[in-house]
Design a protein around this ligand. Structure first.
Ligand SMILES: [Mg+2]
Length: 237
């Protein structure tokens, strides 16, 4: 079941992978729905610009797929924010030795060929989609890396675990945007598909807004759609 249509009183916050596009097999194998860029432009116009993307990807990475998206983009689970053509870091992780973190992740993964290491500006991700039986091994390794690199936080998601700066999160990304025009004063609508979205969905609902879970799995969201295509059909009928 879904709520009635979006209105001009809403501010819309959208995750990317699994929400607007199907979850890719590897991070760079994105299969962008052909109509997506135009749909985001229509929503942007309809909502007076109050449309933002809140993704776990680095902003520079997301821009490869949506170079002309006109709204704000919060990237790296809220560690960076792109507004009006400028990208700022919203976390102080300068004490964090990111190259050393990447190197440590690669060193671990060399023992497990199915594991894919994704280097990010503000952290590192280990993907085990190629062999889901490695979940426990990967989680244990990341817990150890978290101890070795103070100031990092663990973020589990579908077939992956990430170390990112401590204290960031998609809920805080939503809070930050809700302070700004044109989002401020509107009723938030958040759609996402994965664990990192749950805090933001809870936050949207706590603000009197709407949360929509895309796909299967437990969720705090009061609404659910089956897949990105069904979400798009509701957003842009
Ligand atoms: Mg997602």
């Amino acid at each position: 079941m879904l709520p009635a249509r979006l209105t001009s009183q809403n501010a819309l916050f959208l995750d990317f992978d699994g929400t607007l596009a199907e979850v890719p097999v590897t991070p760079d194998a994105v299969n962008l729905p052909p109509g997506l860029p135009a749909m985001l432009h229509r929503l942007y116009d309809r909502l007076g610009g109050a449309v933002a993307l809140i993704t776990g990807r680095d902003i520079s990475d997301l821009r490869k797929y949506l170079p002309d998206f006109p709204g704000a983009i919060s990237g790296s689970h809220g560690a960076e924010l792109s507004l009006d053509g400028r990208t700022i870091s919203t976390t102080d992780d300068t004490q964090l030795d990111i190259p050393a973190l990447h190197a440590a992740a690669h060193q671990f993964a060399r023992g497990y060929p199915p594991i894919l290491v994704e280097e990010k500006r503000h952290g590192v991700v280990l993907h085990y989609r190629a062999d889901p039986s490695l979940a426990e091994v990967v989680h244990a390794a990341m817990r150890q890396l978290q101890r070795d690199f103070p100031g990092t936080g663990l973020q589990a998601a579908k077939m992956q675990v990430e170390l990112r700066p401590a204290g960031v999160g998609k809920d805080k990304a939503l809070d930050r945007l809700m302070e700004l025009s044109p989002y401020r004063g509107r009723i938030p609508v958040y759609a996402g598909d994965d664990l990192p979205d749950e805090v933001a969905m809870a936050e949207a609902q706590a603000r009197g807004g709407i949360a929509i879970k895309v796909g299967d799995g437990e969720t705090v969201a009061h609404y659910r759609v089956a897949n990105p295509a069904a979400l798009a059909a509701w957003l842009d009928p």
